[in-house]
Design a protein around this ligand. Structure first.
Ligand code: FAD
Ligand code: NAD
Length: 460
């Protein structure tokens, strides 16, 4: 008998060890279910830990330090020209940040007796899968959870393969600081990594096919970020499509509308697509929609009663905190608890300088739906804390139901918006009134006061 013929039986087989998969596995184990995670990399963390949220935020921290040092000149502190050594920077990101968190997750898994099997899982039937790779085996399960995540979308129509052409995973390795970087896509990744490279010293050109950066986000929240990028990027080209990429001896030549320019590296950041192919899902009753997302209900159940799914593979927003919540809900549903993904908000943060964050209803959505809302805005120019930070460029706004004063949505732009939005999420999720925010004492001087101040404008 060879290893691949062994069949083991478990309560729950989780396919994919990212935030959706490990959250589900940990909760299943807590609820007494025998659980294994099969991950192609034989490690927990997924795209988020190894090629997403964490390494990008580590690099954005470096960019923020460089930005603060530059701003310090305004109040008479000059640190001189920064000297950046890429080896220690990469080592810090990969070992001290990512490596440490990966070891932490492995230790939690051991503590909860969740085994991680290395290899690619392929479903063979509705109750069984095989693992291909280092640890070949067959696993029979009572329940499987598909948590295979997503991967970068390629640029349509471009067949070029070149070391100079990077997706986000390659860019996070910081192979060098290219003198001229072309960023294709003005969404989350294009802006976050564009700012990282600009801070490290690249001349960044950003191309976005639509007529604004962060399409879909309210324009007043995006405007301060646009102003900052206009200062730190070489150029931003909206409503522009890249019409071809060619490798030349001196770099990659790109057609940008009517113009042709050459770049040392190109970062493609035009969205992500779900990992739902090559998984053997056709051997199950799972239904996959047109865009490749696995179809689920509010508990994570697919059309196959033995197969569940969570995270990026199930649709947008493709965010780690949504995947984690889904993972916990699905584990509880499998254990027979009355859990459902009935959250009102999935807050979103773009970790740029300034940060842009929002949750619940946006002004764009309200307009599109013809829904009447009261909008309360507080400009950070009037915030004492923002003044002490030298950051008057922020804005906090609340969208409130005119009938009953309920907070329906919150948008914030400014440094720390990613932390501040938690209060907005709490308010919307719990149907708080603007009055509740106004009457809660917020510490002074803090940026959190801007939520209270925005709410107060509605009580006048
Ligand atoms: P993933 O994290 O993608 O994990 C899926 C796992 O499944 C992977 O380990 C993969 O190897 C494994 N796998 C796939 N197929 C198989 C198979 N057949 N067999 C075995 N294993 C398999 N989100 C945020 O909320 N905040 C952020 O700041 C943020 N920043 C990001 C920055 C970047 C550059 C990127 C790319 C993404 C970022 N995201 C962020 C998105 C976030 O990473 C994803 O939403 C999150 O990782 C999704 O989790 P998941 O569990 O669904 O899947
Ligand atoms: P995105 O959807 O955020 O942005 C893609 C951008 O590329 C859009 O503005 C789109 O209009 C543009 N675009 C598409 N095709 C184009 C083309 N041919 N030429 C020029 N522009 C084009 O996608 P992303 O930035 O690749 O990020 C993928 C996903 O990863 C995000 O949607 C998000 O779910 C997740 N993410 C989250 C964070 C965070 O939470 N801070 C950070 C990074 C990534």
């Amino acid at each position: 008998m060879v290893m691949g013929d062994l069949v083991r039986e478990v309560d729950v087989a989780v396919v994919g060890g990212g935030p959706g998969g490990y959250s589900a596995a940990f909760r299943c184990a807590e609820l007494g279910l025998e659980t294994v995670v099969i991950d192609a990399g034989k490690r927990l963390g997924g795209a988020c830990l190894f090629e997403g949220c964490i390494p990008s935020k580590a690099l954005l921290h470096v960019a923020a330090v460089l930005g603060e040092a530059e701003r310090a000149k305004e109040f008479g502190v000059d640190f001189g020209e920064p000297r950046i050594s890429l080896d220690p920077l990469r080592k810090w990101k990969s070992e001290r940040v990512v490596g440490k968190l990966a070891r932490g997750l492995a230790s939690v898994a051991r503590g909860k007796s969740v085994e991680v099997v290395g290899g690619r899982a392929v479903f063979e039937e509705t109750r069984g899968l095989r693992v291909e790779g280092d640890e070949p085996q067959k696993i029979r399960f009572k329940h499987a959870i598909v948590a295979t995540g997503s991967r970068p979308s390629p640029l349509p129509g471009v067949t070029l393969t070149s070391e100079r052409l990077m997706d986000s995973t390659a860019a996070l390795e910081v192979p060098d600081v290219p003198a001229r970087l072309l960023v294709i896509g003005g969404g989350y990744i294009g802006l976050e990594l564009g700012q990282v490279y600009a801070a490290l010293g690249s001349e960044v050109t950003l191309v976005e096919m639509l007529d604004g950066l962060l399409p879909g986000v309210d324009r007043d929240l995006v405007q301060p970020l646009v102003r900052r990028c206009e200062r730190t990027f070489k150029s931003i080209r909206l409503s522009t499509r890249v019409t071809g990429l060619r490798e030349r001896p001196g770099g990659i030549e790109a057609g940008l509308g009517d113009e042709v320019a050459t770049f040392d590296r190109v970062l493609v950041a035009v969205g992500r697509r779900p990992n739902s192919e090559a998984l053997g899902l056709d051997a199950t009753r799972v239904r996959v929609g047109d865009r490749g997302f696995v179809e689920i209900d509010a508990r994570g159940r697919t059309a196959d009663p033995h197969v569940w799914a969570v995270g990026d593979v199930t649709g947008e927003p493709m965010l780690a905190h949504r995947a984690m919540r889904q993972g916990k809900v699905t584990a509880e549903a499998i254990a027979g608890k009355p859990s459902a993904f009935d959250n009102v908000v999935v807050p979103a943060v773009v970790f740029t300088d300034p940060e842009v964050a929002w949750c619940g209803l946006t002004e764009r959505q309200a307009e599109a739906a013809g829904r009447a809302v009261k909008v309360a805005k507080f400009q950070w120019a009037a915030s004492g804390r923002a003044a002490t930070l030298g950051r008057a460029d922020g804005l906090t706004k609340l969208l409130v139901d005119p009938e009953n004063g309920r907070v329906l949505g919150v948008g914030i732009v400014g440094p720390g918006a990613g932390e501040l939005i938690a209060e907005g999420a709490l308010a919307v999720e719990n149907a708080l009134l603007a009055e509740d925010l106004a009457l809660t004492i917020h510490t002074h001087p803090t940026l959190s006061e801007t939520l209270m101040e925005a709410a107060e404008t509605l009580l006048q």
